[in-house]
Design a protein around this ligand. Structure first.
Ligand SMILES: C[S@@+](CC[C@H](N)C(=O)[O-])C[C@H]1O[C@@H](n2cnc3c(N)ncnc32)[C@H](O)[C@@H]1O
Length: 287
């Protein structure tokens, strides 16, 4: 027996939740709300205010397409084309890492360190992706001068669009790692959320990440998990003003090596825990 089409937004939402639960997606309730709201051209709050509203066939078809994509583990942010970061909406899409809530800790620390800097604070973000770190810093630190680097032209295109949409002034540079901005040094703050997953761990990642997010944004070079820590700590020595600060997002179990590498480079170093209790950010300072 075929099921009748849902007649209201509320019925659509209930069906969507059941479907995503059956498909075993990460957060069926929240995802259903986001996808149904998107299909109806509403935000989540508007959706809750209109649960009794009748829906038309085209809306049901649109919702079905979105749910099928999510059922195949495409990240919700790629389906809706946006993700919130630090209270702002960033465009995201295939080829660009979806900004993560834990990266907000790096921005919190960077804002705090920027408070004591003379204006303009010179800030650089290595591996900018959607531009979420660089753009947030440009908007949160008045009078700052922000440079952002990525090797991916696709990521830079989206980052530039995000900066324009959010009214942020950021200089975007297509380049390979921190060495590519050496000529623009010195900087007060060197920030990075680099790729930090070992390719050997690929199989253990959630299918959303493994099958949809760009390998370039996720993985360290094979057999070299410390690659980015070495490059960023060396760059901190070469490119930061005296007492300038390096902040690097870390993966699980990276903190001890991160501290060792920073200290080998003669940097003073400590790590900061995220809300899940994981040592998530390396902070290092050149004396
Ligand atoms: C983990 S993602 C971080 C993206 C963004 N900053 C964020 O926090 O959501 C790492 C980024 O580094 C970039 N990347 C990878 N290798 C690079 C390289 N050799 N030079 C510059 N950027 C690189 C990737 O394209 C990706 O955008």
């Amino acid at each position: 027996m075929t099921q009748e089409a849902p007649r209201t937004a509320g019925e659509m939402l209930a069906r969507a939740r059941e479907f995503l639960l059956r498909k075993g997606t990460a957060e069926p309730r929240l995802e259903a709300e986001l996808l149904i709201a998107h299909a109806l051209g509403l935000n989540r709050l508007q959706l809750f205010l209109r649960l009794d509203q009748p829906v038309v066939e085209a809306e049901v078809a649109r919702a079905r397409d979105l749910l099928v994509r999510r059922g195949k583990h495409e990240p919700v942010a790629y389906i809706t084309g946006t993700r919130e970061f630090y209270g702002r909406s960033f465009r995201v899409g295939a080829g660009v890492l979806v900004p993560r809530p834990e990266t907000e800790l790096l921005v919190d620390l960077a804002r705090e360190r920027a408070k004591v800097l003379a204006s303009p604070a010179r800030i650089v973000d290595i591996g900018t992706g959607s531009g979420c770190i660089a753009i947030t810093m440009a908007l949160e630190v008045a009078g700052s001068s922000v440079t952002a680097v990525d090797i991916s032209a696709q990521a830079l295109e989206l980052a530039r669009a995000n900066a324009a949409a959010l009214g942020a002034s950021v200089e975007f540079v297509e380049g390979n790692g921190p060495e590519s901005i050496a000529a623009r040094a010195p900087f007060d703050l060197l920030l990075s959320n680099p790729p930090y997953i070992a390719p050997e761990e690929r199989a253990s990642l959630a299918p959303d990440v493994r099958e949809h997010e760009p390998a370039l944004a996720l993985f360290t070079p094979p057999g070299d998990p410390d690659h980015w820590l070495r490059r960023l700590c060396a760059a901190a020595r070469a490119c930061l003003v005296p007492n300038g600060t390096l902040l690097v997002e870390l993966g699980h179990r990276q903190s001890e090596r991160a501290l060792e590498i920073a200290r080998e480079q003669g940097l003073e170093a400590r790590t900061h825990k995220d809300f899940g209790g994981i040592e998530r950010v390396l902070e290092a300072r050149a004396s």
